[in-house]
Design a protein around this ligand. Structure first.
Ligand code: ADP
Ligand code: MG
Length: 286
């Protein structure tokens, strides 16, 4: 932590840190109804975080809350050190929404869709320059579609369209990429390609927040798992199977039976040594 903690823009009682996302007892919901309650966490640059939880537990509500797409009902939330109510630099947050493909009525080429991601960086004239075109091409290369730039998006499969949307988010050069179930509802081949894409992004140091059920596919790249249940965080820590976390895990693991002595609202910070990721529904250790 450095100078940011005394930034004048941060206000008097608000939280301040270098974290990309900071939440203190945060609640989000719709109208007055809180769906996500009392969430406290920081997410820093370079983290690759999976958000897990049963259907309806509030995963999408949490990430939408960060994007300002629902109501912030309580607690403190800051993005890049700025309280969310005063945060306007939304190009820094890349977002690939849940179950989103492109409408069949969209008549546009792959490159045209990805070019939309460049708009926040362009003048009101909206002219794309050489640098924009380079970034569009590179974003498409990351998702393995750089040979499709002139193809009509409506001719692509659902999985390919999802990759175009990821490329569009990347083209904005966000500081964090937030993806809501990017691999859900697409064919297996595309799921595998997407996992490779996410691994490639992680290798490039991209900070990611991924709502997912596909832990198996992501196990090599995750640095952290956050589990949501009924709107609350019930686990926040490194996956035990992850090589990164194993090095730092030794001394904390005194709880070999995998049970937590304090059952009340206690969030485990590390995994038990045995039976790590398979505690989550849908995950089977290979
Ligand atoms: P998840 O992504 O974990 O499946 P959601 O965040 O989509 O869960 O939903 C959590 C709860 O919020 C559910 O009870 C759902 O009905 C409610 N909810 C989601 N979207 C809206 C909305 N736009 N308006 C009102 N309630 C909503
Ligand atoms: Mg959801």
């Amino acid at each position: 932590m450095t100078a940011t903690s005394s930034s004048p823009a941060a206000g008097s009682q608000t939280i301040v840190s270098q974290a990309i996302v900071s939440m203190r007892s945060a609640s989000f919901g719709y109208a007055d109804r809180a769906v996500i309650s009392n969430v406290t966490m920081d997410i820093h640059a370079g983290e690759v975080v999976a958000i897990l939880g049963p259907n309806g537990s509030g995963k999408s509500t949490l990430v939408k809350g960060l994007l300002g797409l629902n109501n912030h009902l309580g607690g403190q939330v800051a993005l890049f050190g700025t309280p969310i109510d005063r945060f306007h630099d939304h190009a820094r947050l890349g977002y690939v929404p849940q179950r989103h493909t492109l409408s069949a009525s969209v008549r546009a080429t792959v490159a045209e869709i990805v070019a939309i991601g460049r708009l926040p960086h362009q003048s009101w004239l909206g002219r794309s320059n050489h640098e924009d075109r380079r970034i569009i091409k590179e974003s498409l290369a990351v998702v393995g579609l750089d040979d499709r730039t002139t193809v009509d998006v409506s001719t692509l499969s659902g999985g390919q369209q999802r990759r175009v949307l990821i490329a569009r988010a990347l083209a904005a050069q966000p500081d964090v990429l937030i993806m809501d179930e990017p691999t859900a509802g697409i064919d297996l081949a595309s799921q595998e390609i997407l996992s490779e894409v996410l691994a490639r992004l992680a290798a490039r140091g991209t900070t990611m927040l991924i709502v997912t059920h596909e832990l198996q596919a992501l196990r090599r790249v995750l640095t952290r798992i956050i589990q949501i249940n009924q709107g609350r965080v019930t686990f926040d820590g490194p996956p035990a199977n992850n090589e990164l976390s194993q090095a730092s895990q030794g001394p904390d693991l005194d709880d070999h039976d995998g049970h937590h002595h304090d059952e009340d609202d206690e969030i485990p910070r590390t995994w038990p040594t045995a039976g790590p990721l398979d505690r989550f529904p849908g995950f089977h250790d290979a």
